[in-house]
Design a protein around this ligand. Sequence first.
Ligand SMILES: Cc1cc2nc3c(=O)[nH]c(=O)nc-3n(C[C@H](O)[C@H](O)[C@H](O)COP(=O)(O)OP(=O)(O)OC[C@H]3O[C@@H](n4cnc5c(N)ncnc54)[C@H](O)[C@@H]3O)c2cc1C
Length: 659
Amino acid sequence: MSKVDSKIPAGSLAEKWTQYRSSVPLVNPANKRSIEIIVVGSGLAGASAASTLAELGYKVKCFCFQDSPRRAHSIAAQGGINAAKNYQNDGDSVYRLFYDTVKGGDYRSREANVYRLAEVSANIIDQCVAQGVPLAREYGGLLSNRSFGGTQVQRTFYAAGQTGQQLLLGAYSSLERQIGLGNVEMCARHEMLEVVLIDGKARGIIARDLISGKLERHFGHAVLICSGGYGNVFYLSTNAMGSNATAAWKAHKKGAYFGNPCFTQIHPTCIPVSGDHQSKLTLMSESLRNDGRIWVPKQKDDKRKAFDIPEEERDYYLERRYPAFGNLVPRDVASRAAKERCDAGFGVGTSKMAVYLDFAAAIERYGKQQILKLGIDNASAEEIRKHGMDVVKEKYGNLFDMYKQITGEDPYQLPMRIYPAVHYTMGGLWVDYNLMTTVPGMYALGEANFSDHGANRLGASALMQGLADGYFIIPYTIGSYLSNEIRTKAIPTNHPAFEEAEKNVQATIDRLFAIKGTHSVDHFHKKLGKIMWDKCGMARNEKGLKEAIEEIRALREEFWKDVRVTGTPNELNPELEKAGRVSDFLELGELMCMDALQRKESCGGHFREEYQTEDGEAKRDDDGFSFVAAWEYKGQGSFELHKEELNFDVVHPSQRSYK
Ligand SMILES: Cc1cc2nc3c(=O)[nH]c(=O)nc-3n(C[C@H](O)[C@H](O)[C@H](O)COP(=O)(O)OP(=O)(O)OC[C@H]3O[C@@H](n4cnc5c(N)ncnc54)[C@H](O)[C@@H]3O)c2cc1C
């Protein structure tokens, strides 16, 4: 085991980024024109990076597996994006956003990165507004804010329940502009299946044209992996069904360390699982916890309808346990509290694995405000409700509609039923302060890297991080590497390293078709997901993790003997795409369990049952585990652990409390 160097610049925390930007080597405009950069991914991280680098003058090729960059999973993001603008004058600052994020991540993130993220957060809002992103505004025209979990200020900017969509359209517009100018070559419907290394540096990729099935070689002086998160290793998650780990995993197998793979975020407010037929879960945005109150009946196995249960017989358990933050505790805390109530027999709905998210109080509160505003005297209860519902509709209407369409219940009349589900992966490719992986010239941005969220991401911080990485960080940090590459001529793709990489990809495809087994890819994916959820999900323990490792190994073996991939390789073949992705999940899942096993503490989303306080909160071991686990691939099923020690010079770790 060795230590990894995060290359954090010297200087005081508040000065590091400013000093770095003023002293980082630059590439002059003429040289930029002969430098080629590959960007894998066109979500918020990829699109913002590709367009900004192209704007700077680099030659960019951008890849995505969807038919348009506009369909990246980022489009699904609902609730909002944080920024330390302090528009509400409620005490926010760069320091407070930094502090909340480090604390929210349960002191398992890198201070320097988080501070930089908080610093550039304000620029993101300016950038997006300049692009025309229609962020919500107050009546008077000023940008509006709401609260997200783990904070006591209102710093979340939003566009109804479609913030990701609007931000992505902004990034996409700037990307399209660069495509139009000929500075970006967009390769949609292409899946990266291998990284090409030459003399130890990332020099290109092998991608499959998903329409024709043809394998292609692409050269780049640098490769940026912006391929999103790997929550779908659990099969059921709130992620888009296509989200996968393949690009990051191939990079890992080529030498990029994988950071904190076991840190997974389980989101507390999702529509509960309704049966075996489901292939995905739906998020109900955290923004709903601004106004929705979470409760279960005080009586076990209460069969009454929600509205028949009187106020005094309801347990608003988050407000009871965490009076300071109430319903806006961070996601890991809220998820565990929901599980605890359901496991103890207080759950609701037919499965009893759900809790209520109730808007009745908010509807009444807003209704009364509106009646006053409109000067209506002697309003009836019905009138008050109607006006209250209008306000709630304006804020969350699309989320309410979505809930109704999926469950058939009207959340304006009945409380929503919700339960935690897999949502986000804090782990990812390990990167240093420059966002470079352990492979020179290979970078990772957005959810694909492990960088800023520690053991638990605060809501509305992923969009902030993806856009910070793409618009404001990589354009500077990549210069420190590329300034040494200006003499490197584009390497022809008949170089033996490209040939070899393509041969390996072809061999894997041939192997998958040759199996001709009896079970579909989904069969294996579901089985893997169940192992992961049961044994490496919301709660983990040594026995379960050891079993999971054995079970995943056996499942992987079975997969390679018995999977059936239908169709042919030379056509659009979603079964082949899935097979490749699931084969990678079958390796990554094992590493996640190994990582969870070695981390003998509980922190953030990583809850080891053996390590908890008397009242069931996560119990960290700062002496033993204040490090980032950076895993090196050593061959199938074999990984070496390296450590990046975390130093907290400014925020001193303490028991996280939201009480
Ligand atoms: C339902 C939902 C709601 C959310 N709401 C919020 C929110 O309100 N606020 C917030 O901050 N965060 C939210 N998040 C999290 C946030 O949306 C994501 O973390 C973020 O959008 C990820 O952006 P990205 O650019 O890193 O990846 P993605 O948007 O996932 O993009 C990945 C890109 O990589 C491409 N790609 C992947 N693999 C390959 C490959 N092998 N070859 C070629 N291309 C590849 C894809 O085609 C895609 O273009 C939400 C997440 C979910 C699931």
